[in-house]
Design a protein around this ligand. Structure first.
Ligand SMILES: Cc1cc2nc3c(=O)[nH]c(=O)nc-3n(C[C@H](O)[C@H](O)[C@H](O)COP(=O)(O)OP(=O)(O)OC[C@H]3O[C@@H](n4cnc5c(N)ncnc54)[C@H](O)[C@@H]3O)c2cc1C
Length: 492
């Protein structure tokens, strides 16, 4: 039988998995990282990164995430952070350079990356998850590990091991709408910026309630490397009523990246997806691909700066925003995030607003937050003694995941569980026995931010870019939650 053993096994090489594997290996244990696709980074290798900073423009995610960002900036493969009143910051990068960087860093740290290797089952032995079964080109393989980290985004390993999980909204189990991201080239940046500066066009929906921030922020657009979109609703309405354009999104959603003529489009959308059901996923793929041509036509015909736009790239994976959430010793809530909770067992941080792409109806639900910590207890399964998780599948509510899910925040969690796994593996694998003060001290020593050094608000940046109030009354949430319907509803 094909059988190998490792100290730490990480399943899923997205933003959470790569940082977990790197962190564990740098702390002196053997690590195997499993990935079903042919590249590292998961969804983080398809998008700009949001949420390194909080609404006070303080950097709340540091450590390995910041190391990646700085390496990419130094090598010319990314622009410096672009500050933003809603998202804290946007970090625009060449995602291919990032994938190359990850391969190198993991190799240098001694991580065994097992590519195109699909996790298929868990091996449960009492209170432990002893190992997993993997399908590979060379056949079925068993991997045993002291500590297992589920960073599959879907909580696959936990579900197969019979550990408790939840999925979707409490009332109906529906998850956030997924998106197949694509990139347009041939964009006229100057013309687009002129449209953004026109207050009548509302290129960000939340400007409606804050015209003064529109003025303050758009003054900086010419100098900002990247900027985020979520608006132009009236232009879409015109395209629908006058041009008969049929698209699933009521706003232009995406990011003007640091590449002069490039725009990342985040507008395809399917309702009713079950990301753990192959039929639902397959049907969604076909609907998402079908939406791309009309969205491209919408841009070319109706959005300033896109007359000569061309479809440049389609992401190699579907962007699933939410799937299973593994239940831990603590479940992070929206209240924790909004109130900026500081936990005694804090191991990472976040400051990105709650951003829920509605599972039914349209547009988003959004709530601003204060810089908050993420407790170690929400990164360990309540049902197993050697099992950690990071990224989309942590122990948090549907609402809290709306904030904790962005890329830098997932990386912060990954670094924390990687270190904790290494510490536990050296002593037999019990993740609850890890000393919290030791873990926190080592995280700080290794550059992570757990709330000790975020400092004062950046008043200069607030003055320059504007600051949204914690509670916004108008302009953020768009439509209420109408009946789920339309050509983009999944029929499975
Ligand atoms: C459409 C969309 C737009 C977004 N926009 C932004 C944005 O602009 N900026 C931002 O910061 N965040 C954004 N986010 C959020 C963020 O990108 C993700 O939440 C985050 O990257 C999730 O990281 P992860 O590591 O938890 O999961 P993933 O990136 O999903 O990684 C999971 C990995 O596990 C692998 N895997 C899964 N199952 C198996 C298995 N059975 N066997 C082996 N491998 C497996 C997958 O192939 C994947 O590589 C967006 C998310 C979506 C979906």
């Amino acid at each position: 039988m094909n059988r190998i053993a490792t100290d730490v096994l990480v399943i899923g090489a997205g933003s959470a998995g790569v940082t977990a594997a790197l962190s564990a290996a740098r702390n002196g244990v053997s690590v195997v990282l499993l990935e079903r696709s042919g590249f590292l980074g998961g969804i983080s290798a398809t998008l700009p990164w949001l949420g390194f900073h909080d609404r006070d423009y303080r950097q709340v995610v540091k450590g390995i995430a910041r190391e990646f960002a700085e390496d990419l900036i130094v090598s010319g493969a990314a622009a410096p952070y672009s500050l933003d009143p809603k998202c804290g910051s946007a970090f625009s990068l060449n995602t291919h350079a990032y994938k190359i960087l990850l391969m190198r860093k993991l190799e240098e740290a001694g991580v065994t990356c097992m590519m195109q290797a699909l996790f298929v089952d868990s091996i449960r032995e009492g209170d432990r998850v002893a190992g997993v079964w993997v399908e590979t080109k060379s056949g079925r393989l068993r991997i045993d590990a002291q500590v297992i980290i589920d960073t599959s985004g879907d909580g696959d390993v936990a579900a197969h091991a019979g550990l408790e999980w939840q999925k979707g909204r409490t009332k109906d189990g529906l998850v956030q709408a997924p998106t197949l991201v694509f990139t347009l080239g041939g964009v006229d940046r100057a013309e687009l910026i002129r449209a953004c500066k026109d207050p009548a066009l509302q290129y960000r929906e939340w400007f409606k309630g804050h015209p003064e921030i529109h003025k303050q922020f758009t003054r900086n657009l010419d100098d900002l490397a990247a900027f985020v979109f979520g608006g132009f609703a009236e232009l879409i309405e015109h395209a629908r009523s006058e041009g008969g354009v049929d698209i699933p999104q009521s706003r232009i959603v995406g990011v003007k990246t640091h590449v002069e003529d490039e725009f990342t489009v985040v507008m395809t959308r399917v309702l009713g997806l079950d990301p753990t059901d192959v039929h639902s996923m397959s049907e969604s793929f076909s609907r998402l691909y079908a939406q791309i041509p009309p969205i491209v036509q919408l841009f070319q015909g109706w959005i300033p700066g896109f007359k000569n736009a061309i479809l440049r790239e389609i992401a190699p994976i579907m962007g699933v925003r939410e799937s299973r959430r593994i239940m831990g010793d603590y479940v992070v809530t929206a209240d924790d995030v909004i109130s900026g909770a500081r936990f005694d067992d804090a191991v990472s941080m976040g400051g990105y607003h709650i951003d829920i792409h509605r599972p039914s109806g349209s547009w988003v639900e959004s709530y601003n937050v204060q810089a908050y910590t993420i407790p170690y207890r929400s990164l360990m399964s309540r049902d197993a003694e050697n099992f950690l998780m990071a990224g989309k599948c942590i122990s948090a509510t549907h609402e809290a995941i709306g904030s904790t899910r962005v890329i830098p925040i997932c990386m912060g969690q990954g670094q924390a569980v990687g270190l904790a796994a290494a510490m536990a593996a050296k002593k037999g694998g019990a993740v609850r026995d890890v000393s919290i003060p030791d873990l926190q001290a080592k995280l700080i020593e290794q550059g992570a931010e757990i709330g000790e050094s975020i400092g004062e608000p950046d008043y200069e940046a607030i003055e320059k870019y504007g600051q949204l109030p914690l509670t916004e009354e108008e302009g953020t949430t768009g439509e209420a939650d109408p009946v789920t319907q339309g050509a983009w509803v999944n029929k499975s």
